[in-house]
Ligand binder design. Structure first.
Ligand code: SF4
Length: 324
């Protein structure tokens, strides 16, 4: 259907007005309620732009610990908001959409962690921060994709059970002398499974000078074509400091918004344009507004889970070599 110009113009004007109105209301509520908005690197561009801080899951949790705000609006998936709530018992952590769940985190329920504990009594258990709070409550240490090998190496056992991402377990194994056993054996991130080695090779032919940056949640065959393997925070730092001015990026495409904003002279090419985490994208500006206005939905965890899960997270914070 062809939309008459005048109608289209009027509609666009209305949209622009309502968008700026919404942004203003969010800013006003933020001030009135002493709130801060934290957004993960994979959030929608407009949500990143309204946020006070954008980063990876650990950076956001640390940011939550450092802020004086009374309310934290956490635009990320469930396990991230849970971690922020565990580390900040005196603050209210709100999540705009409670359906923002991480399918990979759900692949390792707490019962399974306890079952593996019984099966391998001498092994230590390291869980990726991308795991449920109940699962974290039964592990020895938590890690991020930025420090997984370092945390595995700090365990005082020969065998380390690592979950839920089997690719990150393999990545930690590559950089450690420990025996790293993935739990479960096939835990994966559906978004990082989408990358294809041949497609990246074709992109490399089109952009021969480009630096290829790959997230360790991708399959190992994708690591083989990478110039740089790292978490989103490490990719960001690499892009800001590298001499390259073209980058092929194999992670969720939300990161490209931040990269393009902060390295304007460079070209960022998604390794796959449809690498989108639909769960992350459930948070919209409208939901952020309602979350602030109605102070919903508060992340609440049983006290037993909070105190048990806090210990392995704090182990990581005490032993971090790289966190930002
Ligand atoms: S990108 Fe993957 S690991 Fe991250 S929240 Fe989405 S599904 Fe979970």
């Amino acid at each position: 259907m062809i939309v008459p110009f005048s109608v289209r113009f009027r509609g666009e004007e209305r949209n622009t007005t309502s968008r700026s109105d919404l942004l203003e209301r969010i800013q006003r509520l933020k001030r009135e309620k002493k709130a801060v908005i934290l957004a993960h690197n994979y959030q929608r561009p407009e949500v990143q732009d309204i946020a006070d801080f954008v980063g990876d899951s650990l950076e956001l949790s640390l940011c939550a610990m450092e802020t004086n705000a009374e309310i934290i609006v956490f635009c990320g998936v469930n396990f991230m908001a849970e971690t922020a709530a565990i580390l900040n018992p005196d603050k209210r952590v709100l999540i705009p959409d409670t359906n923002a769940l991480c399918p990979m985190a759900s692949m390792l329920p707490a019962d399974l962690v306890r079952l593996y504990r019984r099966k391998y009594p001498g092994a230590k258990i390291v869980l990726y921060i991308n795991s449920l709070a109940e699962a974290k409550a039964y592990c020895d240490a938590v890690c991020t994709s930025a420090n997984a090998p370092e945390i595995v190496n700090r365990m005082d056992s020969e065998m380390v059970l690592f979950g839920p991402d089997a690719n990150l377990a393999k990545y930690a194994q590559k950089k450690s002398d420990k025996k790293v056993v993935p739990i479960p054996q096939y835990g994966f991130c559906p978004v990082h499974k989408l990358f294809d080695r041949d497609s990246i090779m074709l992109l490399k032919q089109s952009y021969p000078d480009a630096e290829v940056m790959v997230h360790p949640e991708c399959d190992p065959e994708i690591w083989e074509v990478a110039d740089f393997i790292g978490s989103t925070s490490r990719m960001y730092r690499e892009a800001l400091t590298s001499r390259a001015d073209k980058f092929i990026v194999a992670t969720e495409i939300g990161l490209l918004h931040r990269l393009r904003r902060d390295r304007r002279d460079a070209t960022f090419i998604p390794a796959y344009e449809e690498a989108i985490c639909v769960n992350m994208r459930l948070h919209t500006l409208e939901k952020v507004y309602l979350c602030l206005r109605d102070e919903k939905y508060e992340v609440r965890l049983p006290q037993k889970i909070v105190s048990r899960a806090r210990e392995p997270i704090e182990f990581m914070l005490r032993n971090r070599e790289t966190q930002r």
